[in-house]
Every structure is written in structure tokens, then in C-alpha cells.
Design a protein around this ligand. Structure first.
Ligand code: F6R
Length: 606
């Protein structure tokens, strides 16, 4: 969602701000802007649409100034327009903000009654006028900010500059992340460490309620009670190169191709070379956990759905999987001694955070599978098992999903062993099957051209159906989501057994039906469904293994043989062709693959 950059330097900062915003583009946005102090006066440049529009604007109307803030906005309150783009400002204060100020209407009414003139429809502008009001009452910028923060309800990360104060930059966070970067006499703020990657690798993460005062070469952090506190400085290993596209046309394709390596890395962090578990210590014993509740959103939720099959089959552990935005309001009773497992790439998804806070209140232990170890979800959890996917920039999640599956399968194996449901031999065999996945995926990736050819047909479809059974059913949902997100083709995933209960009515010669059907215990059932589709003129696109292809019993419109594997790892193996199919279909349609319309990478508001 919205991205924030703030820089206090001894050199002009406008271009550096835009550069930082470029690294936040992946979060999704529809307008952008920067503000600096020019001769002590707040001056802004803002533009709707792509960041290039802002860069062009700055080319025509350069912005000097050595302190500044920048923002990419994903519209919530008010449509994407220049007036609604951040920074928002009065004559004394300019503010960039990520999050939502829930009491903005009441504050706005109060401030308008005091003759503050609003120029936008946003909740953010209230922050600028509120701080201005306190400045007008004679407070210092620091005191005005601290006082204003206490009146704000909702979630925010903000960056603020003050007219007449070229050596001051203030930031604050509550509910939305904000990183602080240390340079040589320069100080930085960023929504995440990626934004600051080329400027510094010395980063602190603000805690909930913190606000920070940056002056040249110095950072003073205050907690929610305005007490000065220390926050640890981390050395990040992010580099500009790591977040480049390399030889690939899109981040999404690069990230699809990274999967063999990052699955291998993630597995190596959890399992020894001789297939012994090396999981971090967990604050509960799998043997006595009465129920596991998995909460997540979107693709991470589908990873959680796959995990339900694994935990139930391998560990006989009852599992509830819930979409976090539903779970948080469902008032679900949770069992004593239960564990809630949150799955999230960003670790900042607002609904998932709210879900774990509900579960905590119900006395559950919180286990998090996250890709960003410093994230809010990681910090709120009792234990974290990280995915080692590295930065995921493409909006459509790919490598985060398969590394989540890798971690979740290892956890299910550990639970199975601890509960006496899985013997050591079978556990080692499963881990060995995971170990073979990277090489098998490399073979699939070598065949990407076949999927690219198919994608030209799929690009002509208006609707696509994805069918699968068992632990591959969530992948049918994920395949449909991937296609919708980046190609804008309507798609639905169904358990193949549900076909006759409704969706079969949709089948005609224009409807591609993507079937994920390895030759496993459920294959014959799915093969019958394939015949039902073919009999009605549907175009079956079959992903199976050689044995499945031979035994399907009818001729699909198109098919591809994937490597044969232990059925338990099929959700990992079949994920990649499904991702490639969405990618190449989007490419054939000419959509913006890495930044699809209306989508944000990290959904930090409800
Ligand atoms: C889809 C996608 C989203 C995310 C969802 C959760 O490609 O990326 O559905 O999976 O927004 O995000 P995280 O995993 O960051 O909690």
C-alpha cells in the first residue's frame, strides 16, 4: 500500500526521494508526490499515475531542498487526484501518511471551525492541520507532533517536515511499519528497509507508538509515553542488485525462477542434510495441541489451506483455516492450549495482525510463518519460522507461496512425529521428497516455452475454471487468483468433485478448464471429471505426470507432463506451472504484470 520516504541530508533530496519511491512502487499506488523546504518554505510536486509522471514534473519544475518527504498513495479516502496525493500540507507543516485516521471527520470539523482550510478529501490532511494548530498555540514542532499523535485514532506511519526547520524531520508509527535509516550525517525514514537499500544498510525499526526526531547525524526515538528510548540498529543485507530485475522482464518472472533456490534455502534452514528436523524451539508441544487455527489472507490463506491437508493427514491434528478478515470478527471459540498460526509474506497485513491479536486474547500461542523477520506479525508472535524467499517485489505472490508451503510441510512432519502419527522412516522420506523439489522445478522451468504457447489461447478466454482435488484444490484457487490478479480474466477454482453441483453449467467450447491431476489416489475421480468436461465441449488444459497423461482416458485440448513425485509434495511442484500460466497469459494480454491495477503488495489497512 502507500509508501513513505523521508530524507534529511546536506545535498538536494528530491531525486533521492523519487529513487526511494521507485523501490516502493511494488507496494501498489495510484499517485505520488514529494515535498521539500525551499528557502524554509514548504514546496510540493505531486502527480497522478505512475511515478514517471512525478519524475517528469520534477524535470520541468526542479525542487531544491535538503530535507524532504515522498509518498506513493494507494487511494482509500478520496479518489486518485493531484489534490488528494500526498504530501498534504498547511503553510507550516507537510505530512506523508500510510494508514487510516479513523477519527478524521471529527478532527476535520473541529479544525475547520478554527478556520483551517482543507484542500483535499483525505484523512491525512487532518494531521497537517492538527499539528499546525498546536504550532499556532506556540508549541515546538516536537511538542506539537507529540500532542497531535495522542489525538489520532487508527493506524499510521507518518513523515513530517516543518516550514523554517531545514534540519528537522519527524516520523511516527502506530499500526503501520516505519524504518529509520542511519547515513553519514544523513538520516532517512522509509516504509521498509528496501526503500532505503542504496542509501544505508543500518536500519532501526520503530516500535508501536514510537515517534522519532531526526536532526543531522542524530536520531532521538520517543515511545508512546514520550520517553526517550533506544531501538536496536540492524545491519540489513539488502543491496540494490538484490532488488533489481536482473535478466528478467518482470519481477514476477524473476521470482518464479528463484523458487528452486529459495525453496532449497528454506528447507536447509529447517532440516539437516540427513533429513533430521532442525526447527526453532516452539513454545508448545505438538503432542498436546488440541487444535491448530490457521489465519491468513489471499495467497497466504491458500498456503494455509494446503497445510490443513498436511497437518490432518500427517499429524492427525484438527485444523481450522480462516480468512483473517472473517476470523477477526467471527468471535470463534478457541480451545485451551490451542495454537494459532499466521501465514504472511509481508508480516504487515492488517487483517492477519488483527486476527492474531484476537487469538492472543483467547489465550492461544501464536506461531508465525513470515517472510519479513522484523515485521509486525513476527514481533507479535510467540515464535517465528521464517520463509527465506528474499524480497518479493512482484505484486502477485509466487516464491513466498512455495516457501510458505515448504515451512508448513516441515511443521506438519514435525507435528506428525511428535504426535506419534508419522514414523521416522516416512518423515525422512517426505523430507527427501521436498529436497528433490528444486531439481524437479528446474525441469519444469526449462519447459516454460510450452506454457507460453498455451497462454496465447488462454488470453482469449473470458472465464477460466481451475479444478483439482485434495491438497491441490487450494492450488486451483490460487491458480484462479493469480490469473485474475494479473491478466484480469475472470477465473474460479473448484474442487473437481463439486463440478456436478453447479459449475458444470458453465462448460462450453469457449471455457478453458485447467485441471491439476497428478497420478495419485484421487486421480481416477478427477479423470472422470475431465471426461465430463470434454463430453460437453470444454477445453481441458491438463497438468499431470506421465502416468496421468497416459491414463486420462480422453484427449485434452492441451497437456503437460510434470515430474512424478511423492504426492505429498505435489502442491509445491504444481504451483510453478500455474504461476507461469498466469504470467504468460498476462504478458499476452499486455497488462502491467508487476503492478496490476488496483492492487497493493502489502495490505496494511482493513
Ligand atoms: C496474491 C497476493 C495476496 C497476498 C495477501 C496476503 O498474489 O499476493 O493475496 O497473499 O494480500 O499478503 P501477506 O502474505 O503479505 O500477508
Amino acid at each position: 500500500m502507500c509508501g513513505i520516504v523521508g530524507i534529511l541530508a546536506e545535498r538536494p533530496v528530491a531525486d533521492l526521494l523519487v529513487d526511494g519511491l521507485r523501490r516502493l512502487e511494488y507496494r501498489g499506488y495510484d499517485s505520488a508526490g514529494v515535498a521539500t523546504l525551499v528557502d524554509g518554505v514548504i514546496t510540493t510536486r505531486r502527480a497522478v499515475g505512475k511515478l514517471q509522471n512525478l519524475a517528469d514534473r520534477l524535470q520541468q519544475e526542479p525542487l531544491p531542498g535538503t530535507v524532504g518527504i515522498g509518498h506513493t498513495r494507494w487511494a482509500t479516502h478520496g479518489r486518485p487526484s493531484e489534490d488528494n496525493a500526498h504530501p498534504h500540507f498547511s503553510d507550516r507543516v507537510a505530512v506523508v501518511h500510510n494508514g487510516i485516521i479513523e477519527n478524521h471527520r471529527a478532527l476535520r470539523a473541529e479544525l475547520e471551525a478554527k478556520q483551517h482550510r482543507f484542500k483535499s478529501e483525505t484523512d491525512t490532511e487532518t494531521i497537517a492541520h492538527l499539528i499546525t494548530d498546536y504550532l499556532q498555540q506556540g508549541m515546538t514542532p516536537q511538542a506539537a507532533t507529540a500532542t497531535a499523535l495522542k489525538r489520532l485514532e487508527g493506524a499510521f506511519a507518518i513523515g513530517i517536515i516543518f516550514a523554517g526547520h531545514p534540519n528537522l524531520l519527524i516520523g511516527a508509527r502506530r499500526g503501520s511499519p516505519l524504518a529509520l535509516g542511519y547515513g553519514d550525517q544523513e538520516m532517512y525514514l522509509g516504509s521498509d528497509a528496501l526503500a532505503l537499500a542504496p542509501l544505508t544498510n543500518c536500519i532501526s525499526y520503530l516500535e508501536e507508538g514510537d515517534w522519532i526526531e531526526l536532526t543531522p547525524g542524530k536520531a532521538v526515538v520517543h515511545d508512546a509515553n514520550d520517553q526517550v528510548v533506544e531501538r536496536k540498529i540492524h545491519q540489513t543485507n539488502l543491496s540494490g542488485a538484490m532488488i533489481g530485475k536482473g535478466q528478467y522482464r518482470h519481477f514476477m518472472l524473476k521470482e518464479i525462477f528463484e523458487q528452486p533456490a529459495v525453496i532449497g534455502d528454506t528447507l536447509a534452514s529447517l532440516v539437516t542434510a540427513d533429513n533430521k528436523m532442525a526447527l526453532p524451539d516452539l513454545p508448545f508441544d505438538w503432542a498436546t495441541v488440541p487444535r491448530l487455527t490457521i489465519v491468513a489472507c489471499g495467497t497466504a490463506y491458500y498456503a494455509g489451506m494446503v497445510a490443513k491437508y498436511w497437518f490432518e493427514q500427517l499429524a492427525h491434528l484438527p485444523v481450522e483455516v480462516d480468512i483473517a478478515s472473517e476470523f477477526r470478527y467471527r468471535e470463534a471459540p478457541l480451545p485451551q492450549g490451542g495454537v494459532t498460526l499466521a501465514v504472511s509474506q509481508s508480516g504487515e497485513t492488517a487483517d492477519t495482525l488483527a486476527a492474531i491479536s484476537y487469538a492472543k486474547k483467547q489465550g492461544q500461542k501464536i506461531l508465525a510463518v513470515v517472510n519479513v523477520p522484523q515485521s509486525s506479525i513476527a514481533r507479535q508472535a510467540d515464535a517465528v519460522v521464517p520463509t527465506l524467499a528474499g524480497p518479493e517485489i512482484g505484486v502477485a505472490s509466487t516464491k513466498a507461496y512455495t516457501t510458505q508451503l515448504t515451512v508448513l510441510l516441515c511443521l506438519a512432519v514435525a507435528a506428525g512425529v511428535a504426535r506419534g502419527k508419522l514414523d521416522a522412516k516416512r518423515a525422512a522420506a517426505i523430507l527427501q521428497a521436498v529436497r528433490e523439489v528444486p531439481a524437479q522445478l528446474n525441469a519444469v522451468l526449462r519447459d516454460e516455452h510450452k506454457i507460453q504457447e498455451l497462454a496465447h489461447h488462454l488470453a482469449e478466454a473470458r472465464d477460466v475454471l481451475y479444478l483439482a482435488r485434495g491438497a491441490l484444490y487450494p492450488l486451483a484457487l490460487e491458480g484462479a487468483l493469480k490469473l485474475k490478479e494479473i491478466s484480469y480474466i475472470h477465473a474460479e477454482g473448484y474442487p473437481a468433485g463439486e463440478l456436478k453441483h453447479g459449475p458444470i453449467a458453465l462448460i462450453d467450447e469457449f471455457m478453458p478448464v485447467v485441471v491439476l491431476a497428478p497420478h495419485d489416489a484421487l486421480f481416477e475421480k478427477t479423470a472422470s471429471n475431465v471426461q465430463e468436461v470434454v463430453a460437453r465441449g470444454g477445453k481441458v488444459v491438463l497438468f499431470s505426470d506421465a502416468e496421468g497423461q497416459a491414463k486420462i482416458g480422453t484427449k485434452p485440448f492441451w497437456s503437460m507432463a510434470l515430474p512424478a513425485s511423492d504426492p505429498v509434495v505435489a502442491p509445491l511442484l504444481y504451483a510453478v506451472p500455474v504461476q507461469l500460466l498466469a504470467y504468460y497469459t498476462a504478458l499476452a494480454k499486455g497488462t502491467d504484470v508487476d503492478q496490476p491495477r488496483n492492487l497493493a503488495k502489502s495490505v496494511t489497512v482493513e
